[in-house]
Write a protein of this length. Structure first.
Length: 288
């Protein structure tokens, strides 16, 4: 009986020794798990992209020889909502987009190129030449043209409100390159850079016109936040340039709020009367 009582203890100790893993193996498993989770997250939910060009200055910084912004791109939003004017999107260039605002530094060596591709998943290397970041100006069915007598873009004949535009030194709104009206094909987008005189976008790609439009199916996601460098931590604005131009007049926009305030008074009065009656009933029960 004594021997049988000791056997489980011996077996238990041996099992614990067998289960114990070397530290290096635990670290390797941890690193592998972290890498797999990172790839899965950046493939399906969000991904960090390097901004390698100046086309989106000063919203997003990107230049040769400087510390470029790294932005977190939300891949999930557009599975549940439509793409709206004013949003900054990252997309794959369609076949007609043969030019880019930067030259890829990818190596011709297949091994090095593979490592760069992995590094680009976490924003440690530039994207390839088929990835672009621009701001949505118009969506399918809308007509965009440049410009009115104040050098503003027009969508469906209405001027846009674009506070995000950057006119680099030596340029001004007068330098807005005019183009004839273009009706954006359904399911496509008209996109432009905030650095308006230094961006190769829908105005120029494929010779311009409808060839410059980007199919919504090529959109990877919405640029949400600048994550690096730390000094640049901030959200990425998505001011709708069409809001003032084609939205309701101010007095109409105020109607819902006015109606809410007006409705609040009778509701408040009814609530007070109801509380008063409940108080009387409660007091009556207490006395009884």
């Amino acid at each position: 009986m004594a021997g049988s009582e000791q056997d489980p203890v011996t077996d238990g100790g041996g099992a614990e020794e067998k289960k114990k893993q070397p530290l290096w193996r635990e670290l390797l498993i941890l690193a592998g798990t972290a890498l797999v989770l990172t790839v899965l997250i950046q493939t399906f939910l969000a991904r960090v992209y390097v901004i390698p060009s100046q086309s989106m200055e000063q919203t997003l910084h990107g230049c040769t020889g400087c510390q470029n912004d790294r932005v977190l791109v939300d891949k999930l939003t557009y599975k549940f909502s439509d793409i709206e004017p004013g949003e900054v999107v990252v997309f794959r260039g369609p076949p007609s987009w043969g030019q880019n605002d930067f030259s890829s530094s990818r190596s011709d060596n297949p091994v090095v190129s593979s490592l760069q591709s992995v590094a680009s998943l976490i924003g440690l290397a530039p994207p390839d030449e088929r990835d672009f970041v621009k701001r949505v100006i118009a969506t399918g069915g809308q007509t965009v043209e440049c410009c009115d007598d104040q050098h503003r873009l027009l969508v469906d004949g209405k001027p846009l409100d674009e506070p995000y535009i950057y006119w680099q030194p030596g340029t001004s709104p007068e330098d807005h390159e005019p183009f004839a009206p273009v009706t954006v094909p359904e399911g496509s987008l008209w996109v432009m850079g905030d650095n308006r005189t230094n961006s190769t976008d829908s105005r120029k790609q494929g010779g311009g016109g409808v060839n410059g439009a980007v199919p919504e199916s090529e959109v990877i996601g919405k640029a949400r936040v600048i994550v690096l460098p730390p000094s640049r931590w901030q959200g990425i604005g998505d001011h709708n340039p069409q809001a003032q131009a084609i939205g309701a007049p101010a007095w109409q926009s105020g109607l819902p709020a006015g109606a809410g305030v007006a409705a609040a008074f009778p509701v408040l009065l009814l609530g007070r009367r109801l509380r008063a009656r409940l108080t009387k009933v409660t007091q009556g029960k207490s006395v009884t």
